[in-house]
Design a protein around this ligand. Structure first.
Ligand SMILES: *Cc1c(COP(=O)(O)O)cnc(C)c1O
Length: 370
């Protein structure tokens, strides 16, 4: 029986073993471990990759969102519009900034923020919108940006799942006032521990971010404001420099896996992910909607196939956040989506035989169940 893990980070290491080993040795021998040349060079390369001017390395994607909010002066007394169908970090960062998240529902085809619902979420306290480029596909940015412009709101892209995704001629991270990235190991561009970055065009905002990530220091030991310790370290940056060079090839490999799934699963009762016109999906996750999700998951697990659910409970219904929203029934598409989504294994090194084994098991399940 062929075992199919959900992701295979060891295979990603093996694929670039000598370059990664060399990068790690270079940092160890160099003797500088925090905010040195590796971080600087990665920041420059990553800003260029995102077709932007500045990238500021930080400790995680959550911190990237939090620091972006702080750098744009969003905090207590303000509201930030976002989605509830996302990683909880999106909402956590808003609450940690002191602002209040206001949740809107998603488009059922792309699973991203439905811009037609923005007017209903606006108040005199609204300062920003955080669209999430979920699963590897960008949110619908044109109407989101024009709404934000009309109402003088900042746009912060949550790009944690969408390194290299595009919307028309724009790459994720180039479309907002700031963009937050995560380099958590499983992301499309992953470190060997935690990491993140804020990308922005504005020089002053970048300077503010550099201060805020390190105690609010203007210069060493002199704090101009209260800041955090949220730094990307040299080891992570050195590994990320290696991986940045192959992120496009890795995304192409993910797209090959997804095309093969599309073909092999076409005749099953699953609803398959859809790539919207003009958007290039980078398949951080391959998410289907499955009748009898729990039973299918259990069947696949018995066959040695790992699956996951992103995400089982929308943020507005989670214990820590329920007081902020309007409760069950208030975001019907998000709530329905949470009940049916199922993430199938996908990673750049996934072999055709593994994809075929997953598809065969799914076909077998529905034949035996009908
Ligand atoms: C992973 C993720 C984050 C948080 O990133 P961390 O590095 O884990 O803090 C934020 N938003 C989304 C959509 C994510 O997937």
């Amino acid at each position: 029986m062929i075992q199919v893990p959900f992701v295979d980070l060891a295979a990603a290491y093996e694929a670039q073993k000598s370059a990664i080993d060399e990068a790690i040795q270079r940092v160890l021998a160099g003797g500088r471990y925090i905010l040195g040349k590796e971080v600087e060079q990665f920041e420059q390369a990553f800003a260029a990759y995102c077709d932007s001017a500045h990238a500021v390395g930080v400790a995680s994607g959550t911190d990237a969102l939090l620091l972006a909010l702080k750098a744009l002066n969003i905090g207590p007394g303000h509201e930030v519009i976002t989605v509830a169908h996302t990683a909880v970090a999106t909402a956590a960062a808003i609450v940690l900034s002191g602002a209040k998240p206001v949740f809107v529902d998603i488009d059922p085809r792309t699973f991203t923020l439905d811009p037609s619902l923005l007017p209903g979420a606006l108040s005199s306290r609204t300062r920003a919108v955080i669209p999430v480029h979920l699963y590897g596909q960008t949110a619908d940015m044109d109407p989101t940006r024009s709404f934000a412009k009309t109402h003088n709101l900042a746009v912060i892209e949550d790009c944690a799942q969408a390194h290299g995704a595009t919307y028309g001629s724009h790459i994720a991270g180039s479309m907002g006032d700031a963009a937050a990235f995560s380099f958590y190991p499983t992301k499309n561009l992953g470190a060997i521990g935690d990491g993140g970055a804020v990308v922005c065009r504005d020089e002053a905002a970048a300077g503010r971010l550099r201060k805020l990530r390190q105690y609010g220091w203007r210069e060493r030991y002199i704090s101009e404001e209260v800041g955090m310790n949220s730094r990307l370290d040299e080891l992570q940056a050195a590994v990320l420099r290696v991986r940045l060079a192959s992120v496009d090839a890795d995304n192409d490999a993910r797209r090959r896996v997804s095309s093969l799934y599309d073909e092999l699963l076409a005749d099953t009762p699953l609803e398959l992910p859809r790539e919207a016109d003009g958007r290039r999906h980078v398949y951080h996750l391959y998410v289907v909607q499955a009748p009898n999700r729990q039973a299918l998951r259990a069947y696949l697990a018995k066959k040695g196939i790992a699956t996951a659910v992103h995400y089982p409970l929308p943020v507005h219904l989670q214990p820590a956040y329920i007081h902020l929203g309007r409760g069950p029934g208030s975001l019907p598409v998000s709530e329905r989506t949470a009940e049916s989504v199922l993430s199938l294994p996908i990673f750049p090194q996934m072999e055709e035989a593994q994809v075929a084994a997953v598809a065969k098991a799914i076909g077998d399940y529905y034949r035996s169940a009908s």
